[in-house]
Design a protein around this ligand. Structure first.
Ligand SMILES: Nc1ncnc2c1ncn2[C@@H]1O[C@H](COP(=O)(O)OP(=O)(O)OP(=O)(O)O)[C@@H](O)[C@H]1O
Length: 608
């Protein structure tokens, strides 16, 4: 089964097994992460569970004492007062315990939120790029993220509530059985319809949530299109607000419609089951009247039984709701555990250290890559060989496969066939962290970190983030120094518009920062995907002119539609529909008079 498909038990047994398995796992996690708090919490909950039974015994004793008071007068007062005092103390104790347990619950929830939040975030960052391109991943992620903070403890609370309800019910059954065994049996009859009703309801709700997650995400997407700055310009210029608002409403309504349909179905079902419970209750009451008439029970006993029956009903309702709740929570928790177990498909998962930079020639042999769910490969049978430190330009029309090839070279995508070796070692046999330590890349859709300038450059090499001279040097390489000095707090200026005090930059300035970030890492292999797309002609020329010096000793891949860079590189790879159709130096390819020569002369025409 797909790792991302939700599990929903189909038979009663599979539902039960799923619930038990997940409950044990979640409770185990809670006791492992916050053992002391959980122990105290459990003890408090057990005491709380016992209190209602004690209360009923106290009430019966109080009524007996009041009856004695009426018959015996002043001599029975002291004992009645003692019982009353005990009862009031019990109420106060119960209140104190409830208050403390609520505080403890908040503390546990915070700790569990930190625990699961941290693990899910870490997991997301370790999943392969291809997994992040699967829509099922986002559906699963949405369900996992919703209510992370309270679901784990709620799970335990529901289990505890069931335990409490069972303890209380056993107490009630013993009390009732003492009066008449039929009363105890009648009470047991309540349980079945209530439980059945609530479990069915939970299963329906989860299934509905699973079915609705894609439409919910789509609705959220439309909402964001309307509300976010990224899209605000186009939305206004093209007058898209009504269109997107309508789409949002349509998606929202389709979900709401299914929800209401379920509510209607469940309402009539619940009404039927609720009525059955009330009929059973009526039967028990009639039997009680019989017992009273026959003189089998006293007034005090009658009151105690009625109080017991009322409590039983409330108790049963909450117990069956808890059982159903546990099943529903088990379904969500199961999603959470499956998410945490998603295979971390690191494309390099070996143990070998990358060879020394001067020995790290890169050889691609007959490589083919196909995106999952796509019919055809986007890279086919590509082979080339690069000596350490060479400069390479990858060129070709839109969609030719340039960025995909770069991602394969960086080990971000697993090859469908063929091999890429670094210094003779296949990429997948290299130790991932060691390999990634050797490479740096800036993609077309580089990140504009809404953080300080220092972080924007220094994030590629955290150990040196506060080394001013390195920072200055990297900034100078891409022309960041030209505007960094004018920023209010220099390198410590917050950038971007998303947080208070942020200083927004132009897109070209952001791109210069991204290039500086790549240089700051000082890695032996660099990939610069459209590094100058947003740069002005002078900045572009400066970068190209200085590039040989800037990237000296580093194997550097340039992906660019600006073919000017090709004059300065050692090798040009020309891609066309995923095939490597030409390779060579600028002069060789011009002499070949093929696709590259055509592209180059076409572009050059514009500058003549
Ligand atoms: N995540 C993806 N899933 C499926 N197909 C993809 C994905 N990304 C890209 N493609 C397809 O792979 C092909 C190559 O895309 P790629 O981004 O590598 O091209 P490119 O040469 O870098 O294009 P451009 O010059 O426009 O940036 C395209 O046909 C594209 O539709």
């Amino acid at each position: 089964m797909n790792q991302m498909t939700p599990l929903i038990g189909t038979t009663a047994i599979s539902k039960l097994m799923l619930t038990i398995r997940t409950s044990l796992r979640m409770c185990g996690t809670l006791f492992r992460v916050v053992p002391v708090s959980m122990l105290i919490f459990t003890i408090c909950e057990i005491i709380i569970a016992l209190l209602p039974v004690v209360q009923i015994v106290m009430t019966a004793a109080l009524i007996e004492a009041v009856a004695s008071l009426i018959h015996e007068g002043h001599s029975a007062l002291a004992s009645a007062q003692r019982i009353l005092l005990l009862q009031v103390s019990l109420w106060i104790g119960q209140l104190a315990l409830d208050t403390y347990v609520r505080y403890l619950a908040s503390k546990i929830k915070i700790n569990m939120m930190v625990y699961f939040g941290n693990r899910t975030a870490a997991k997301s960052a370790k999943l392969s790029l291809l997994q992040l391109e699967n829509h099922a991943y986002y559906d699963l992620q949405q369900r996992v993220a919703s209510g992370l903070e309270h679901r784990s403890l709620l799970f335990f609370q529901s289990i505890v509530q069931i335990g409490q309800a069972i303890i209380t019910l056993i107490g009630f059954i013993i009390i009732l059985a003492k009066f008449h065994i039929l009363l105890a049996l009648g009470m047991l009859l309540f349980i079945i319809p209530s439980l059945y009703m609530d479990i069915k309801d939970s299963g329906f709700r989860f299934r509905l949530d699973v079915e609705q997650t894609p439409a919910k995400r789509k609705a959220d997407y439309y909402f964001n299109l309307l509300a976010s700055r990224e899209w605000a310009k186009e939305v206004r210029i093209f007058g898209l607000s009504d269109y997107f608002a309508k789409q949002w409403v349509a998606n929202y309504r389709s979900n709401a419609g299914a929800q209401l349909k379920l509510e209607r179905k469940m309402s009539s079902f619940k009404f039927g089951m609720g009525s059955l419970v009330l009929v059973i209750l009526g039967g028990i009451s009639a039997f009680l009247l019989q017992l009273t008439m026959a003189g089998a029970i006293t007034l005090a006993q009658f009151v105690a039984i009625v109080q017991t029956l009322i409590s039983v009903q409330g108790n049963l309702r909450s117990m069956s709701a808890s059982v159903a709740g546990v099943y529903e929570l088990a379904l969500y928790a199961n999603d959470l555990f499956r998410y945490l177990e998603l295979e971390e498909e690191a494309e390099t998962r070996g143990e070998l250290s990358p060879p020394a930079p001067e020995k790290s020639d890169i050889v691609a042999e007959r490589i083919t890559f196909q995106y999952p769910h796509m019919e055809k490969p986007v890279l086919s049978d590509i082979s080339f060989r690069l000596a350490p430190g060479q400069k390479i330009a990858i060129v070709g029309e839109n969609g030719a496969g340039k960025s995909t090839l770069a991602k394969c070279l960086l080990g971000l995508y697993p090859l469908t066939s063929g091999t890429i070796t670094y210094g003779g070692i296949p990429i997948q046999e290299l130790q991932p962290e060691a390999f990634r330590g050797r490479i740096a890349a800036i993609f077309q859709d580089f990140v504009q970190y809404q953080l300080t300038l220092r972080e924007n450059i220094g994030l590629s090499n955290l150990a040196y983030m506060h080394d001013e001279s390195r920072l200055q040097a990297a900034a100078a390489k891409a022309g960041v120094d030209e505007f960094a000095g004018a920023l209010p707090q220099g390198f410590d200026t917050e950038l971007g518009y998303k947080f208070f005090g942020g200083h927004e930059l132009s897109f070209g300035q952001w791109q210069k920062i991204a290039i500086s970030r790549a240089f700051f890492k000082n890695s032996e292999v660099m990939v610069l995907d459209e590094p100058t797309a947003a740069l002005d002609p002078l900045a572009e020329a400066a970068l190209f002119e200085g590039i040989a010096k800037l990237t000296q000793g580093k194997t550097t891949f340039f992906i660019s539609h600006r073919l000017g860079i090709c004059r300065t590189v050692d090798l040009i790879l020309v891609l066309h529909h995923g095939h490597l159709i030409e390779q060579g130096t600028h002069d060789e390819l011009i002499a070949l008079n093929g696709e590259y020569a055509k592209m180059f002369s076409k572009q050059a025409e514009w500058y003549q």
